[in-house]
Design a protein around this ligand. Sequence first.
Ligand SMILES: Nc1nc2c(ncn2[C@@H]2O[C@H](COP(=O)(O)OP(=O)(O)OP(=O)(O)O)[C@@H](O)[C@H]2O)c(=O)[nH]1
Length: 364
Amino acid sequence: MAEERKKPIAIITIGMAGAGKSTFVQRINSYLHSQDPPKTPYILNLDPAVTHVPFEANIDIRDTVNYSEVMKQYNLGPNGGILTSLNLFTTKFDQVLELVDKRVDTVDYVILDTPGQIEIFTWSASGAIITDAVASSLSTVVAYIIDTPRTSAPATFMSNMLYACSILYKTKLPFILVFNKTDVQSHQFALDWMHDFEEFQAALAEHGGTRDAEGEPTYMNSLMHSMSLVLDEFYKHLTAVGVSSMSGDGIKEFFDAVEASRETYETDYLPELARARATREKKLQDAKDESMNKLLRDLTMDRAKNPGGALSDRWDPNAEEDDDDDNDDEDIIDRTEEAWPGQYIDVTRAQRHPEERINWPRPG
Ligand SMILES: Nc1nc2c(ncn2[C@@H]2O[C@H](COP(=O)(O)OP(=O)(O)OP(=O)(O)O)[C@@H](O)[C@H]2O)c(=O)[nH]1
């Protein structure tokens, strides 16, 4: 009997600039295609500023938003441009979800590559909206890509872990620490530090600056000591794998961790999501009830003061209805589907693909 097909897992790749996110996405893409039978990824590029994407994205933010036009039109710098482009794209994210939804029966993984500047995704409303929207429709895992050679100093390692910790607590999603570039440096030191608190303390001491002239622990040392205690708790909630996006080492272990995250998503994230939804709905209902009660109180007072006024409250069936159906044009494109003229409306009305024989809308 054929194995029942599981719903796809969404993998959100996040990481500091240069950690290797795009190379990693390229590697997992080719890994999936090389499986027997091949697995199908559905890839979303959310970095509007990237000039070259080393993989074939199914949905590319650059098809919808022209980053340099956004910078010009809104008079923004590079980071403001990326953030505004992401905001514009997020207003259409329901269409992205519809496109993804059409593929749930044929796709194994939905992979999101995020902007190079990590905070633009992790600390923006758009990033949170996109993450929540994806995570409420698919089993989702965050892959936090770390540049292993650049994080081998204890203080840098701890800063990176604190950042990862903040994302974990913000998203509450299953989380995989992906130590990338293991072809340059093994990630064993990181595993040792994560599993053995004493070892990390010893590494901190070795890097100097932990005692002042009187032999007392410095402020920095005490701070790092307490922070590493916090992190010790955090390490229990995550999985760490070492990979080389260059050679492909460790990619299988990464996918084992992704598969294992399905359970965490169902046991931890979904109940939390249901609780958050119930609380939000209750708050909304309470606010509605309160406004209705206030309206009724006001009407009663009004009637008491002005009994004839009720006549003007009647509904006039001949009055014109405001039939303002917001029929937004469908302007997110799935590159793997055939595009048709008029499907694409660039938010900034600029032409990105002059070589394609499609008449994109031009400024009037
Ligand atoms: N040696 C080695 N280099 C890698 C590996 N993965 C990525 N790189 C290199 O690291 C650099 C940055 O990789 P990118 O994939 O562009 O990193 P990114 O995180 O997408 O960077 P942004 O474009 O800033 O988002 C490139 O020069 C890659 O060739 C790896 O596993 N091993």
